[in-house]
Design a protein around this ligand. Structure first.
Ligand SMILES: Cc1ncc(C[n+]2csc(CCOP(=O)(O)OP(=O)(O)O)c2C)c(N)n1
Ligand SMILES: [Mg+2]
Length: 423
């Protein structure tokens, strides 16, 4: 458009397209990032009205300082045995991820997703929740199942889509479902778990139950409409739910800015809904525990939902189908200013005098053996791509209570075609 065509003398409108801070090959400098000191943030009463906590979503709840000392009002003061159990569950989650990643590279499954660097988000939350609280996770909270003692072999059977896979090979590997562990079936469609969690929480309240719900999605997934519908229902009916947003900076190759992360924090989304919002150092297991514990008590005592942003970093690729070297600087991982959750808790325990490097190395060896043994066990039931683990007929089953005529017809056609082809 020429200057004379313009209707006003205003400058032309400009489109803003966010740019990630670092691209492949760029040196990484996080010195612009505001990181409040550990222990600096107040801990409001769990029944404080949301309107009195409007600063919380802009801070960062941190308990462990740079030397691994626990400090401040959010320190959950857990017994050392519980801390060691938490460390072990995070290390087991990492060992499980390592083994399954390798299994994918060996062709035993088509797909895997690691939670490396984000173990505290699921593990410390599961430690703070009650065992029968209901979880509506995304695909990066395998730590919940680990804490709840779900058998590794069962998880692996699902990853291998083998004959012992309870889901009969119908779900993408890692999209687990474990009702007895209070772990809702993971959906590949992002953010669908959010309204489901709120609905479950509303039902729990409507029935006068005492169980609460917790749900997790990535920061990228907050751009989905489902997230906002869930927030509206949650706040209107004061649903006993914890909405966790895992801000690991990346949504596959899209950085957090594309979900609005450059303009404000994800925790601050809570303010527009009149909901409590906490922002927590997601690589600090004690802070994650404390924030979850606070939100759980708030929900359980009918003071409503909480949105928790876990500020963390996705240390590895999005999945085994991804190559992050194509879109982000390789230096980001090591430069991440909030460190690694396992190393930070280890350092804390060493400082308390209840742990040391030898015990840690011994634990890692043990866990690697445990995972290896589980994998061997699962592989006896088969691996993906070698053999047919679920009979063809089963693909028509389990959707309807009574199989409708058109599926019966399709099944008959399939049988006839297979027969005439001699298979
Ligand atoms: C509705 C929908 N849109 C897009 C996708 C493809 N997809 C799968 S994971 C993903 C990135 C999600 O990023 P984020 O929410 O930040 O979670 P993270 O993977 O970082 O844990 C995308 C775009 C999908 N599965 N569902
Ligand atoms: Mg993400």
């Amino acid at each position: 458009m020429s200057d004379t065509d313009r209707r006003t003398n205003l400058p032309p409108l400009r489109l803003h397209v966010p740019e990630p801070p670092f691209r492949p090959g760029d040196p990484v400098d996080y010195s612009h990032m505001e990181i409040p000191a550990a222990g600096a943030l107040d801990r409001p009463a769990v029944d404080a009205p949301a309107a009195t906590m409007r600063e919380m979503p802009y801070g960062l709840i941190r308990v462990l300082d740079g030397e691994g000392r626990a400090t401040g009002p959010w320190n959950p003061r857990l017994e050392p045995e519980r801390l060691v159990a938490m460390l072990r569950n995070m290390a087991l989650t990492r060992a499980f991820d390592e083994r399954m990643y390798r299994a994918q590279r060996q062709g035993k499954t088509s797909f895997y997703m690691k939670s490396t660097g984000e173990e505290a988000v699921a593990v410390a939350a599961a430690e703070a929740l009650d065992r029968d609280d209901m979880c509506f996770p995304s695909y990066r909270q395998q730590g919940l199942l680990i804490v709840r003692g779900w058998p590794l072999v069962d998880m692996m059977n699902q990853i291998y889509s083998n004959k012992a896979d309870r889901l009969k090979g119908r779900q993408l590997p890692v999209l687990y479902s474990a009702k007895e562990a209070g772990f809702f079936s993971i959906s590949g469609n992002l953010a669908t778990q959010m309204p489901q969690a709120v609905g479950w929480a509303l039902a729990s309240a409507a029935q006068g139950d005492t169980r609460i719900a917790a749900t997790w999605c990535g920061e990228g997934s907050t751009a989905e409409g489902d997230f906002h519908a869930a927030m509206t229902f949650a706040t209107v009916y004061r649903a006993p739910v914890i909405v966790n947003v895992v801000n690991n900076q990346w949504a596959i190759s899209s950085f957090a800015g594309f979900a609005g992360g450059d303009e404000t924090t994800f925790a601050a989304r809570a303010l527009g809904y009149g909901m409590a919002g906490l922002r927590v150092d997601g690589n600090d297991p004690l802070a994650v525990y404390a924030a979850t514990d606070w939100a759980a008590e708030r929900a359980r005592t009918n003071h409503g939902p909480t949105l928790i942003e876990h500020f963390t970093y996705r240390a590895e690729g999005h999945s085994t189908s991804d190559d992050p070297a194509q879109y982000r600087s390789a230096e980001e991982r090591s430069a991440w200013p909030l460190g690694d959750p396992i190393i930070r808790l280890k350092q804390h325990l060493i400082g308390l005098g209840v742990w040391d490097e030898e015990r840690h190395a011994e634990m890692d060896r043990e866990l690697a053996e445990q995972v290896k043994a589980a994998a061997k066990e699962a592989e006896k039931n088969g691996v993906l791509g070698i053999g047919l683990h679920q009979p063809f007929d089963t693909m028509f089953e389990d959707v309807f209570e009574e199989m409708p005529w058109h599926l019966k017809e399709q099944r008959a056609q399939m049988r006839a075609e297979r027969e005439s082809a001699g298979i």
